[in-house]
Design a protein around this ligand. Structure first.
Ligand SMILES: *Cc1c(COP(=O)(O)O)cnc(C)c1O
Length: 226
């Protein structure tokens, strides 16, 4: 495989410019969006290349993979922050709490129980985002729209300020704009400030709808191996 370093640095520059332009078009403050570089399936050397290009926030969707790749990098890069962005099994909650700074896939009461337990035992609570299945897709993680308000309220009571916001992944074949708008309105209703929405194909649309965090993989690291 060719050395991916130059491409990753150039890709990051280009994504940062596109984020800045989208913020400007939306009349929003510069630097009001955080870029989460989604490194799933990519080797540690790709993450190191991104770190060397100034990227500090990363997303992984499998706890096991994240637990292998990230702890060794933290020693040399103390600014590194890891987000778990994939559907989370209850039996992985403890490990997720150990490795993650933010967990974006809180989506059901039993997982809230497991995370609360794990946080008590670990003595720390990661930032938590509730994933909403805005497209009501049966195969996708996320709390149903109809159950979102009650679940958000119960998590706010339980986790306090650690419950920071909402996340969604619109259906692949749909116009994402109404999904982003719905999520933003839902967050506003509950006084939640963090909105994780937008990926390689639609992050500019997400920024127009108020995203405070975008999760970009392919446009930074290229197509995922395997
Ligand atoms: C893989 C993944 C991404 C990144 O998707 P790209 O299209 O490669 O940018 C974003 N969010 C989640 C939840 C993912 O699993």
């Amino acid at each position: 495989m060719p050395d991916p370093t130059p491409d990753i640095a150039a890709n990051l520059t280009s994504i940062r410019q596109r984020i800045a332009a989208a913020l400007l078009r939306a009349g929003r403050a510069p630097d009001s969006v955080s870029l989460v570089a989604v490194s799933k399936f990519h080797p540690a050397q790709a993450i190191v290349a991104a770190l060397e290009a100034g990227q500090t926030v990363f997303g992984e969707n499998r706890v096991q993979e994240a637990a292998q790749k990230f702890p060794p990098l933290r020693a040399s890069h103390p600014a590194l922050r890891l987000h778990i962005i994939g559907g989370l099994q209850t039996n992985k909650a403890a490990e997720a709490v150990r490795v993650a700074d933010t967990i974006e896939s809180l989506d059901r009461p039993r997982l809230a129980d497991a995370l609360a337990d794990a946080a008590t035992r670990a003595g720390r609570t990661p930032r938590l985002l509730i994933q909403v299945n805005t497209g009501e897709e049966p195969q996708k993680s996320g709390i149903a729209r109809a159950e979102a308000d009650a679940f958000i309220e119960s998590c706010q009571t339980r986790f306090g300020a650690a419950l920071a916001g909402l996340m969604c992944i619109p259906p692949a074949d749909a116009d994402p704009a109404p999904h982003f708008a719905w999520l933003a309105a839902c967050a506003a209703r509950h006084g939640l400030t963090d909105l994780s929405m937008g990926m390689s194909a639609d992050f500019e649309t997400a920024i127009a709808h108020g995203a405070t965090s975008v999760r970009v993989g392919t446009a930074i690291f290229g197509h995922r191996p395997g």
